[in-house]
Write a protein that binds this ligand. Structure first.
Ligand code: ATP
Length: 261
């Protein structure tokens, strides 16, 4: 059953068509990857789906409902939760405070509204939810450490934890493995699998790291110049001559991975 259905979605920046009449279907419970060369339109696509960027045309349906043009706090409240390329943690807050903020923040229009707004205080249920996620993401030992003191891999896990605090049905991750070493990216892959298997969330990710994409995703969509170049299982993508020419062929690591997919 499809959870997210994007039809003919387009985004123009002046004369540039960053995403061009793209169709994309993401199945409920899938781990689905979006890959493509720099400038292919991946982040623009993510931004339109999550409501941070207006579409120039097309339609986005989530669980059968038209969500095109809804602002981010509305898409989040429906269960569409996104992380950003740079790890989006609150550096001066502790790990558990970050997670507590996550229980409010992603469903609020502004950060300040969450931090200082009078409309809602943290409840014991929020704290319980934050503690549960703390264990889930494997950071219980760092509960009271300032987020800025964590190594990169743990900061990324925390970023995912903040997103989890908003109870995603669809978790959208923008380059979660960027800058990670292999040990960190292996741990990240396991966390993402756990998010799907134990929390039941669908995962849609944009990622350049081919080992992560090929090892994690069941389905991959390849973008090039804002259009869909190919779509299929990792082994199909790795063997697709158009994909190799446009993308994988540029990357020696990717070629090595493709050879083993
Ligand atoms: N706000 C903007 N204004 C003008 N052009 C933009 C804007 N955002 C993106 N673009 C252009 O749209 C195209 C797609 O960019 P996008 O960031 O979506 O690509 P990407 O596939 O995510 O690339 P990368 O892998 O480098 O992150 C690029 O040509 C980019 O320069």
């Amino acid at each position: 059953m499809s959870q997210l259905k994007v039809t003919g979605i387009t985004r123009r920046f002046g004369g540039l068509v960053a995403v061009d009449a793209l169709d994309l279907t993401v199945e409920k419970g899938a781990i689905h990857g979006i890959i493509g060369p720099n400038g292919a339109g991946k982040t623009t696509l993510f931004s339109m789906i999550s409501g941070t960027l207006a579409v120039s045309g097309g339609r986005i349906e989530f669980e059968g409902r038209d969500v095109t043009g809804l602002p981010p706090h509305r898409t989040v409240s429906l269960g569409m939760v996104r992380t950003f390329q740079r790890s989006a943690v609150f550096h001066h807050f502790t790990v558990v405070e970050n997670l507590l903020l996550g229980t409010h923040l992603l469903a609020r229009p502004t950060v300040l509204g969450s931090l200082f707004g009078s409309h809602r205080r943290f409840t014991s249920a929020d704290l319980e939810a934050a503690e549960e996620i703390l264990c889930f993401i494997g950071l219980a030992d760092y509960r009271d450490a300032a987020a800025e003191t964590l190594p990169l891999g743990h900061q990324r896990s925390l970023g995912i934890g903040i997103a989890l605090a908003a109870k995603p049905k669809l978790l959208m991750l923008d380059e979660p493995a960027a800058g990670m070493n292999r040990t960190e990216s292996e741990a990240l892959m396991q966390l993402i699998r756990d998010v799907r298997d134990r929390m039941g969330a669908t995962v849609l990710l944009v990622e350049h790291d081919m080992q992560t994409v090929m090892g994690l995703c069941e389905r991959i969509t390849v973008l090039n110049f804002g259009r869909k170049l190919a779509e299929g299982r990792p082994a199909e993508i790795a063997a697709d001559s158009a994909v190799i020419e446009a993308y994988l062929g540029l990357d020696e690591d990717a070629q090595a991975v493709a050879a083993h997919a």
